[in-house]
Write a protein that binds this ligand. Structure first.
Ligand SMILES: Nc1ncnc2c1ncn2[C@@H]1O[C@H](COP(=O)(O)OP(=O)(O)OP(=O)(O)O)[C@@H](O)[C@H]1O
Ligand SMILES: [Mg+2]
Length: 593
């Protein structure tokens, strides 16, 4: 439902050669397997070439000369060849499957790792369904090219060379006659290839669309149901599904016509062989056995031509997939460790924004912010919705970098230290709590693999979460469900407070940390929160007056600017924005903004 199509990672057209160079470097470490596979394939071609020779021998020599005793040998030869064929074909395709799977296993891991390190804005730009389809469909496409496509190509080239050499050797006129049909085949291949590729592009596009739709509506099932939109969504899905059907049928139409057309051209060749071969045989230049062999070879030649065209298809599809994968691999995260990055060591924890201006896209969301968050103290950020409060926390954790200005902690610019040292010392309890699909314990200890059970329990106690956790059937081992669906909003919030407590960071960011709690629960965890805030630099975004009043300093934001700051009393005396918000709060007894 989100996403600006003009901004997502658009595939840039890479050359096919570049794709092969890249794939080659990925399979090179497995050169031993590849060589064995190639040898196996060479034998496949030789045997396929050799078996028809038995026919010629039988027709031209064994039958006329009545060599009955040879028949047993011929039978053994054909069957023996066929058995060898099974062995070599198996070896070739099995080994190449291993090569392809290994190479793509690494590519998929690389891709995932790369995405994990991508900027937060990367995920703002791209739709989840698209990214998933690049991880799965596109990688599979390349794997298909590597494993079966290239192997078949090799087999076909060998067979093609062997057969055409033989044909020219036996009768160059007839061979030329057959060869004349090849440009026609080539043209057909190009013509249909283009159409099939176009159709497949549409298929892939509609698949990604369907993926996105599924992703949105399954994870947003409550929204769909509460607005009774099931039928509407089913209708929209059906539209996408229909696009997919049309595209697939279009591809099938071209494919279905392509096969018979190739056959047709082949029959022309067959006609030529029969008629011209008969003439030549009558003149004594050829034998009946040769005609039979030519006919079999003609069949064998058909495979390479057909398969080469299919391969060209695969290559085109793989190239499109490769482009999409490279579009991701080539995005360099803007936010990463600077060269020779230091580890951030926090002493006082004083945070300063120096004339910070920031825009997510085009409009500035923060304008010339010049503020100081005192070390070890609690600063409250207040202001209307959309004024940029959450954005300030996102800049502090370097989810985004400011367009202008800089942010320092104890005088060190945060873009000069490692991301991990920065983020590991900042605890965030965010507006929308994110839970992973695991147990309560997994969620509290997320990122703290070494935490022992006692520490986890203590954190839960302080966050006032122990009570409800104990009532769950499996206690700390209860599963929270996907995104924590099995917990209430307030429960999720308490889990995330416990998570922050366990992390024990020097800096803590609370974004409306208590908004989902009722007054009683909020009172109960005040003590816990007080402990969380104690002796840390805390930035508290709150709508409730009680939380704000206790802060050491209050900063009032409006439309991305700092409009007032001071203590609660100072701001009330000032008779400005804060006082106005304060009055609204008392008149409504509701939230602060
Ligand atoms: N990822 C994003 N991409 C583009 N614009 C964004 C993004 N996140 C926030 N914004 C915009 O930035 C502005 C400030 O948003 P922010 O979340 O900082 O507001 P806030 O003060 O935290 O509001 P609230 O009290 O409602 O939480 C809003 O106008 C919002 O539309
Ligand atoms: Mg916010």
């Amino acid at each position: 439902m989100r996403g600006n199509p003009s901004l997502e990672e658009k595939p840039r057209k890479q050359s096919v050669r570049q794709m092969f160079a890249d794939l080659f470097s990925r399979v090179r470490p497995q050169w031993r397997l590849i060589i064995i596979a190639m040898i196996a394939v060479l034998f496949v071609a030789l045997i396929e070439f050799a078996i028809p020779q038995f026919i010629q021998f039988t027709i031209d020599i064994v039958i006329p000369e009545q060599q009955l005793d040879m028949l047993g040998w011929i039978f053994a030869g054909v069957i023996g060849g066929a058995i060898l064929l099974v062995g070599f074909q198996f070896t070739g395709s099995y080994l190449m499957a291993i090569v392809g799977q290994r190479a793509l296993y690494e590519l998929r891991n690389d891709l995932y790792k790369h995405m994990q390190h991508a900027d937060v804005s990367f995920f703002d730009r791209n739709r989840t369904g698209d990214l998933m389809s690049r991880m799965t469909n596109d990688v599979n496409m390349l794997q298909q090219l590597l494993s079966s496509g290239l192997l078949n190509l090799l087999t076909d080239i060998f067979i093609f060379i062997a057969i055409s050499t033989y044909m020219f050797y036996v009768n160059w006129q007839l061979a030329t006659l057959i060869l004349v049909t090849f440009p026609l085949l080539f043209y057909l291949t190009r013509y249909f290839g283009k159409r099939i590729r176009k159709a497949y592009l549409k298929v892939q596009g509609s698949l990604a669309d369907m993926n996105n739709h599924l992703q949105d509506t399954f994870s947003g099932v409550r929204l769909v149901k509460s607005f009774a939109m099931e039928d509407y969504e089913a209708e929209r899905f059906s539209e996408r599904n229909e696009t997919n059907r049309h595209a697939n049928i279009d591809a099938a139409k071209n494919f279905s016509l392509f096969g018979p057309m190739v056959n047709f051209v082949n029959y022309i060749g067959m006609g030529a062989v029969v008629v011209f071969g008969a003439l030549q045989t009558m003149e004594g230049n050829m034998t009946v056995g040769m005609i039979a062999t030519f006919l079999v070879y003609l069949r064998l030649l058909q495979n390479p031509i057909r398969r080469v065209s299919r391969l060209m298809n695969t290559i085109q599809q793989a190239a499109a997939a490769y482009d999409r994968i490279m579009a991701i691999l080539e995005t360099r995260p803007a936010i990463q460790d600077p060269p020779s990055a230091k580890t951030l060591s926090i002493k006082h924890g004083e945070i300063t924004f120096h004339d910070v201006t920031f825009a997510y896209e085009e409009t500035n969301v923060l304008k010339h912010i010049d503020v100081r968050f005192q070390g070890g103290k609690t600063t409250a950020l207040v202001g209307p919705s959309g004024s940029g409060k959450t954005t300030i926390t996102q800049l502090l954790t370097r989810f985004y970098d400011p367009g202008e200005g800089s942010i320092t902690i104890d005088g060190t610019p945060i873009d000069e230290v490692t991301l991990s040292s920065l983020r590991s010392q900042i605890g965030v309890v965010s507006q929308d709590v994110v839970l992973v699909n695991g147990t309560i314990r997994d969620n509290i200890a997320y990122g703290q693999a070494n935490a022992c059970m006692n520490e986890i329990k203590t954190a839960a106690q302080i966050a006032h979460a122990e009570g409800f956790i104990k009532e769950l059937p499996d206690g700390y081992d209860s599963m929270v469900g996907e995104r924590g669906v099995k917990l209430s909003g307030g429960q999720k919030q308490r889990i995330s407070i416990a998570r922050a407590l366990l992390k024990d960071p020097k800096i803590i960011l609370l974004d409306e940390a208590t908004s989902a709690l009722d007054t009683e629960a909020e009172k109960a965890i005040q003590a816990g929160l007080a402990q969380l805030l104690q002796d840390r630099t805390a930035l508290v975004i709150a709508h409730r007056l009680s939380t704000i009043q206790n802060a050491d300093h209050i900063i009032v934001l409006d439309e991305g600017r700092v409009v007032e700051q001071g203590t609660h009393e100072e701001l009330l005396r000032f008779n400005g924005r804060y006082q106005h918000l304060h009055r609204m709060q008392y008149s409504k007894q509701g939230v602060f903004s």
